[in-house]
Design a protein around this ligand. Structure first.
Ligand code: RB5
Length: 144
């Protein structure tokens, strides 16, 4: 069975974290589509949010991960795309709720605001938690 591909991207503020999370995803058995950035040179986070939204547009890649310094800018940029529900999370609880209540398809983390072990925990919870549907589905539909 082919491995699921997860898209990942960051700006320079999230570069180091992206590398760690990419390695974690590969360890967990996923293929990773790394859309950059590829070093700590200064770049603009909307370009990386847009790149991730582009590869998720046709629905083949269903889940993604974004990182910037705080996670704020790149989540704002990603959520300008109608098919993206990007959730900036800070701990296991918000990671779980982003899936159960919001059916988030993109996990967003702040590379300068979240600890590495907490981020790995968030990643695993995001990947392994299902959407509850029901009343939450109606709310998702109103955003589509
Ligand atoms: C880059 O310096 C920084 O502004 C960016 O990574 C992010 O934190 C923006 O929201």
């Amino acid at each position: 069975m082919p491995k699921e591909v997860i898209a990942i991207a960051s700006d320079h503020g999230g570069f180091e974290f992206k590398e760690i999370l990419k390695n974690e995803l590969e360890t967990l058995g996923f293929d990773v589509n790394d859309l950059g950035c590829h070093d700590e040179s200064s770049v603009d986070y909307p370009d990386y949010a847009d790149a991730l939204a582009d590869v998720m547009r046709d629905g083949v890649i269903k889940r993604g991960v974004l990182v910037c310094g705080s996670g704020i800018g790149i989540s704002i940029a990603a959520n300008r795309h109608a098919h993206i529900r990007a959730a900036l999370v800070h701990d296991g609880l918000t990671a779980r709720l982003s899936r159960e209540h919001n059916d988030a398809n993109v996990l967003v983390l702040g590379g300068r605001t979240t600890g590495v072990e907490v981020a790995k925990d968030c990643l695993k919870i995001f990947l392994n938690t299902g959407f509850e549907g029901g009343r939450h589905q109606n709310r998702i539909n109103k955003m589509s």
